[in-house]
Write a new protein. Sequence first.
Length: 112
Amino acid sequence: MRLKLVLVASFVSAIVGSGASIAIILGKSSSLKVLSAPDLLIASTFILPVGAVVLAAIFVYRHTARRRKTQALLTGILAAFLSLGIFILASVLTSRATPTQPPQPAMPRNVG
């Protein structure tokens, strides 16, 4: 097996697919209002990682002579797990350390 090809294609696929999605999400949405009414750009963040994984698997399939299906499957699985790991890492790194509390409503005064 061409293990180097499988690893390099998986890493590149994960970085390109999830990196582009994370860049779009962080660049476009500064608040949750944008995510509640998504446009085509935000919806494309779901397609980018899947497309990158599929393209990497096809690339490995076309550039190997033996065990094509096994290597393509291994590339797809590895790239998917690496993409998931990058998404989790980005979520941890961009999260707030302490959650913000909503402002407390003013207490009504007792008159009487």
